[in-house]
Design a protein around this ligand. Structure first.
Ligand SMILES: *Cc1c(COP(=O)(O)O)cnc(C)c1O
Length: 261
């Protein structure tokens, strides 16, 4: 968005892009399903969040606590659901539970403890301020879909190769059961399902098929953990073909972001 764009022009632009994405979703979603569209507003101003709310958006996503905290406070009167989708440091948990309905990036046991402790503190803060208690925090377990088997599909490339080096966050699939047990045992947290970002060096459909298989296994143990948070601007169709219930769409609605900072 350039600073010369008027609010009315920006509204029209967002409306058109949102409509295109909604149409893509309705074409790709299996019959009888109604996936949740989370509009990822990172890097874009609170004014855009307001315009989106006016266009019927209910769910918004952010990946940095500082930015999300400020934007959610500025738009508190809109009653939106905020989804935290970025890598989360444990020391930010207390801040995140003040505004977030859901965290999609739960990837380690220490973060589960931090979020649970933060929920206790937050409920006490609300009680002290005569505010109603908040709802339980929805937790999606983020999975690293890269394959550690060097000859398997989506293998993790060696450091120095394209796509090598640090991954896109998430627990290894083998660690999911312990993580699920930990979330399920905490009264302030609700096990909502699984989340992943498709690896860059692989067909997203193949990666999302593995995520769906992990979801099936999780639901065998925890039937209520039925969420699959998957699908971004470039791969939402592939995600919907593999059971995505929550889509996280940024650039195809807001426009291109400035280069990664
Ligand atoms: C930024 C982001 C998205 C949205 O990506 P787009 O390609 O802009 O649609 C989705 N998920 C996560 C975790 C993100 O950080």
């Amino acid at each position: 968005m350039t600073s010369s764009t008027s609010p009315a022009a920006r509204r029209d632009e967002l409306a058109a892009r949102l409509e295109t994405v909604r149409r893509r979703i309705s074409v790709a979603a299996p019959a009888g399903t109604d996936p949740t569209l989370i509009v990822v507003t990172k890097y874009f101003p609170a004014a855009d969040v307001e315009l989106l709310a006016g266009l019927g958006v209910q769910d918004v996503g952010e990946n940095k606590d500082q930015e999300a905290s400020a934007k959610s406070a500025e738009t508190a009167q809109l009653g939106l659901s905020w989804h935290f989708i970025g890598q989360l440091q444990s020391n930010k948990a207390k801040s995140v539970v003040r505004y977030a309905a859901a965290v999609h990036s739960v990837d380690r046991l220490s973060l589960v403890s931090a979020l649970d402790k933060a929920m206790t503190v937050e409920q006490q803060r609300r009680a002290d301020a005569d505010l109603p208690p908040r709802a339980v925090l929805d937790c999606f377990l983020q999975v690293d879909l890269r394959n550690p088997n060097p000859s398997g599909p989506g293998a993790v490339p060696a450091a120095g190769e394209p796509g090598g080096g640090p991954g896109r966050g998430g627990a290894m699939p083998a660690d999911l059961p312990a993580l699920a047990d930990a979330v399920a045992a905490r009264p302030g947290l609700r096990l909502a399902g699984v989340m992943a970002v498709a690896p860059l060096q692989e067909d997203p459909g193949a990666a999302f098929a593995r995520l769906q298989a992990l979801s099936d296994r999780l639901r065998a143990e925890y039937p209520e953990a039925s969420g699959i948070s998957a699908g971004m601007s470039r791969d939402l169709e592939a995600a919907l073909a593999h059971g995505a219930t929550h889509l996280r769409i940024g650039s195809d609605i807001l426009g291109p972001r400035p280069a990664v900072r």
